[in-house]
Design a protein around this ligand. Structure first.
Ligand code: XUL
Ligand code: CO
Length: 436
């Protein structure tokens, strides 16, 4: 590893819960076996390029606060950035990373130059990945930052923008495929609207459906075995985003016949913005069989913004991983830190310590979730609550599709007269408290 940006910081070690070293794992021991699998394989941590390597610390009221020697528009800057990025991934011992095209290559004058730049950096990544053994969790195209996308990519009123966006996604899928990426993500940051006064919503939804269908077709054409993921978010940057939440995405996929082809990448902060809990969104994806991956972070509960903070709430993480483990864990997905430093945290050590704390928090949450699942007290209570449905007549009512008349007849003949049963919510909440 080069002795560059991170100075003397060496690869992070597990030192156990009593360690006071801010640059040691207290709970994330990658080799620890939980439910027969290592924590490394359960959590499948990924570091995101955009917040860690690209974001300069700006906010709506102020400019850059981070001094990073790789900030600049040349290919040399892009390679310098890649060197430091791979140092960070290695220091953290995170097996995966994620990127947008615009994070990793300089913006060219046109589509051809963008593609050349992306291909050059993809080659560079390929070399670094074979040197380090690091892997790509997912790639994606940034269809929201450049001015051309100010009215959307796939849902733009201008078909030239739709074409530019489609061609760009092709190049990003090619790059992801070449790097052995395990998923390809589409987050529709500007696929939404600001005002209905200038928007034809039906047309825009059809454009988005067509766009996604092409992505799925192309995936099969090139033999990409990864999962195509949509990342829901209700708003920000657009006032109203079409991929509002998991349920909305499912309805969209059904309408365009893509529900067996596309899954979701669920982000904690986006769930909160949609007025849901993270575990709610995970449970919806599980119930509809479209769970794919997660973007891990934390939103401030008072501000109403997408604050993308590093996670530090273990009880919340435990409930989230409880849903994930209940679904059998990740397959191609993983835990991507879509989290950024506060703009005053300007030192290299802040970037490392933030991830160390986030990884520890996730590990603690997952271990708590595994104990909840293994002891089976919570799932036992749910099973018991629905046990009536296993009885012969109730089961037949569902499987033999009884009609309203049949049920009425049954109620009258058998004198059905239900007795209220406690939901036991507080007792279950108290039980969760024992694990966290
Ligand atoms: C924005 C967001 C994106 C996606 C990838 O809120 O979460 O960074 O994860 O485009
Ligand atoms: Co995200």
């Amino acid at each position: 590893m080069s002795k560059g940006f991170f100075g003397d910081i060496s690869p992070i070690q597990y030192e156990g819960p009593d360690s006071e070293n801010p640059l040691a794992f207290k709970h994330y021991n990658p080799d620890e076996l939980v439910m027969g699998k290592t924590l490394r394989d359960h959590l499948r941590f990924a570091i995101c390029y955009w917040h860690s390597m690209v974001w300069p610390g700006t906010d709506p009221f102020g400019g850059q606060t981070f001094d990073r020697p790789w900030f600049g528009d040349s290919m040399a800057h892009a390679k310098h950035k890649a060197d430091v990025a791979f140092d960070l991934f290695s220091i953290l011992g995170a097996p995966y990373y994620c990127f947008h095209d615009a994070d990793v290559r300089p913006e060219g004058a046109d589509f051809a130059e963008n593609t050349r730049n992306l291909n050059e950096i993809t080659d560079y990544f390929g070399e670094k990945m074979s040197e380090t053994g690091l892997k790509l969790l997912w790639g994606t195209a940034n269809l929201f930052s450049h001015q051309r996308y100010m009215s959307g990519g796939a849902t733009n009123p201008d078909p030239d923008v739709f074409m530019f966006a489609a061609a760009t996604v092709k190049t990003c899928m090619d790059a992801t495929h070449r790097l052995g990426g395990e998923n390809y993500v589409l987050w529709g940051g500007r696929e939404g609207y600001e005002t209905l006064l200038n928007t034809n919503m039906g047309r825009e939804l059809d454009q988005l459906g067509r766009f996604l269908t092409m992505v799925v077709d192309y995936k099969h054409k090139i033999g990409f075995n990864g999962t195509i993921l949509i990342e829901p978010k209700p708003q920000e940057p657009t006032k109203h985003q079409y991929d509002f939440d998991v349920a909305t995405v499912y309805g969209f996929l059904k309408r365009y016949g893509l529900e067996n082809e596309v899954k979701v990448n669920i982000e904690q902060g986006h769930a909160i913005l949609a007025g849901h809990s993270f575990e709610h969104e995970l449970a919806v994806a599980g119930a509809l069989d479209i769970f794919g991956s997660i973007d891990m972070n934390r939103n401030d509960y008072q501000s109403g913004w997408d604050t993308d903070q590093f996670p530090n709430n273990v009880p919340e993480m435990a409930l989230a991983y409880y849903q994930i483990l209940s679904l059998g864990g990740f397959s191609t997905g993983g835990t991507n830190f879509d989290a950024k430093l506060r703009r005053q945290s300007i030192d290299p050590v802040d970037l490392v310590a933030a991830h160390v704390g986030g990884m520890d928090c996730c590990a603690r949450g997952l271990k708590a979730a595994a104990r909840m699942l293994e002891e089976g007290k919570l799932s036992g209570a749910v099973e018991e609550r629905y046990a009536g449905w296993d009885k012969k007549d109730a089961a037949s009512m569902m499987s033999d599709k009884w009609s309203l008349e049949q049920i009425t007849d049954y109620v009258e003949t058998n004198g059905v007269n239900p007795k209220p049963v406690s939901g036991r919510q507080e007792i279950l909440e108290n039980l969760v408290n024992r694990y966290v």
